[in-house]
Design a protein around this ligand. Structure first.
Ligand code: SAH
Length: 485
């Protein structure tokens, strides 16, 4: 029975102990399958006209039953599973048909079309197994993956799994409910046990696990991590952010956090979008978020508060941390790559450069009460880079303030929309022309404005996505007028 189209196979691990598996074939391929089946404790019965030496030895030792030289359908009756390991396609086909007529699963070695069951490539570490399937589409790929996993998971994982098996009953009685148990495993994995096993210190490893078991935290304490999700490309998450996303019970995220980043989180974590609601003001939103985090943490949840970019850069992370601390809640902060840093990198704009800029300022273009005020005179000085957040809509005003305060009209500027995401766009122009260019191209939030000599480098240093959009010749009247003046 072939599996049609791209329908993925259903993975399953079988307990074959003392269950009859019928293997048809007597060559080296059959011998390999028989060995693996015996390892799993199966009761192997063999059908083959001739046997290669290792199989013959097994039959002689009584470890494998030889049913006969030729396959007969009634041999299927006692079998749970059938392995066709002959090199005769016709025999394999007859066998597969007969097995399927009796609703037996059949693995046909090297023939995914005839088979209803496939034996995956696997990585085995004690009781721990990782099985890999490409659904018959690309066995080489599955093998390649296996080799990589072999490197990634050393023998310590097998030893750890073995330890967990030995302590299983004690773990269950001592830590009756699932959240405390999950917490225990988490602590066990991040504690010294694996390292001890790697050093070959099995006794020490067991002791540290037992210590964890004897003294579980009195009450399961919830905690909150303020985590920076970066600008959108999941490759820009930190390893710590990734680990926390994998451990979280609940994730409170902003609308700005990309779907690709959310896809990295634990599947059964509860996800709650906590962006501003229609008709709600910013302060009410913020109060609601604080209350939600506190409530969840007090209920013992591991909460990840996931924010675009960095939590402490225009992210109100400071206020959130204050609220959490005021309620005595365990907190940690994981920095993220902030929009200025990410957009600059992905647009090919070095934020500082020995020839162009010796300082960088992160600024907001707007506040909750409208356009932000700054010391415009200081911002208009040369030799620095300005990165404006939240400036997509107030661009013309920003430009006017800077130019009115003495910044040269031809100062290079760049606007990066959806930085680091596949749909990233970069607009590069003299500051005086940028607002019109942005309007022409209907730039929308999120967008970051970079002002300063370094912005001119985008045209030569860009490497990601499409080249920067620049004003058409003859249409940048503003800057030409300015130059003439
Ligand atoms: N804490 C965030 C900033 C939040 S304020 C950080 O550290 O990046 C929201 C502003 O960030 C947006 O208005 C925009 O100016 C900027 N921003 C966030 N993500 C962006 C992205 N992918 N591309 C361009 N700008 C972005």
């Amino acid at each position: 029975m072939s599996q049609a189209g791209p329908q993925p196979l259903f993975p399953l691990f079988l307990d074959l102990r003392q269950r009859r598996v019928l293997v048809v074939g007597g060559g080296t391929v059959a011998a390999r399958k028989v060995a693996a089946l015996l390892d799993a404790g199966a009761d192997v019965a063999l059908v083959a006209p001739t046997l290669e030496p290792s199989l013959e030895a097994l039959v002689r030792a009584g470890r494998v039953a030889l049913l006969g030289a030729e396959f007969r359908p009634e041999q299927l009756d006692a079998a749970w599973l059938v392995v066709a390991a002959t090199d005769a396609v016709e025999v394999n086909r007859i066998l597969a048909d007969a097995a399927h007529a009796r609703q037996r699963w059949v693995n046909v070695v090297d023939d995914a079309q005839l088979a209803s069951a496939q034996i995956p490539a696997r990585v085995q570490r004690g009781p721990l197994q990782i099985a890999i399937s490409s659904g018959g589409a690309a066995p080489m790929l599955a093998r390649h993956l296996r080799e990589r996993l072999e490197l990634q998971f050393d023998d310590a994982f097998g030893a750890l799994a073995q330890l967990f098996t030995e302590l299983r009953d004690r773990i269950r009685t001592r830590l009756a409910d699932l959240p405390t148990r999950r917490d225990f495993f988490q602590r066990a994995l991040s504690g010294p046990t694996l390292a001890q096993l790697r050093r070959g210190d099995a006794i020490g490893a067991r002791r540290s696990l037992e210590a964890e078991l004897r003294n579980p935290p009195a009450v399961l304490r919830g905690r909150v991590a303020l985590v920076g999700a970066g600008p959108g490309d999941p490759g820009l998450l930190t390893l710590r952010a990734l680990r926390l996303l994998n451990e979280a019970d609940v994730i409170l995220h902003d609308r700005l956090v990309s779907a690709a980043v959310m896809a990295m989180a634990r599947r059964d974590a509860e996800r709650i979008e906590v962006g501003k609601r229609v008709g709600e003001d910013h302060d009410a939103t913020q109060q609601r978020i604080h209350a939600r985090m506190i409530e969840l943490a007090l209920a013992g949840k591991r909460v990840v508060r996931l924010k675009g970019g960095d939590p402490f850069v225009f992210g109100r992370g400071g206020e959130e941390l204050q609220a959490l601390r005021a309620h005595g809640i365990d907190c940690e902060v994981v920095p993220g790559i902030t929009a200025a840093v990410a957009c600059a990198a992905y647009a090919g704009i070095p934020l500082t450069h020995r020839d162009h800029a010796r300082s960088l300022q992160l600024l907001t273009a707007s506040t909750r009460s409208g356009a932000a005020e700054h010391d415009w005179g200081a911002l208009a000085k040369s030799g620095q880079t300005l990165a404006f957040y939240m400036g997509a809509s107030g661009l013309a005003r920003l430009r006017d303030r800077l130019l009115d305060n003495g910044l040269p009209a031809t100062t290079p500027a760049a606007l990066v929309e959806n930085g680091s995401l596949p749909q990233q766009r970069v607009l590069a122009a003299p500051l005086i022309d940028l607002p019109e260019l942005a309007q022409t191209h209907a730039v929308q939030a999120p967008a970051l404005l970079i002002v300063g000599e370094v912005a001119a480098l985008a045209t030569s240093l860009h490497w990601f996505g499409s080249p920067p959009i620049t004003p058409e010749r003859g249409r940048c009247r503003n800057s030409e007028l300015a130059r003439a003046a």
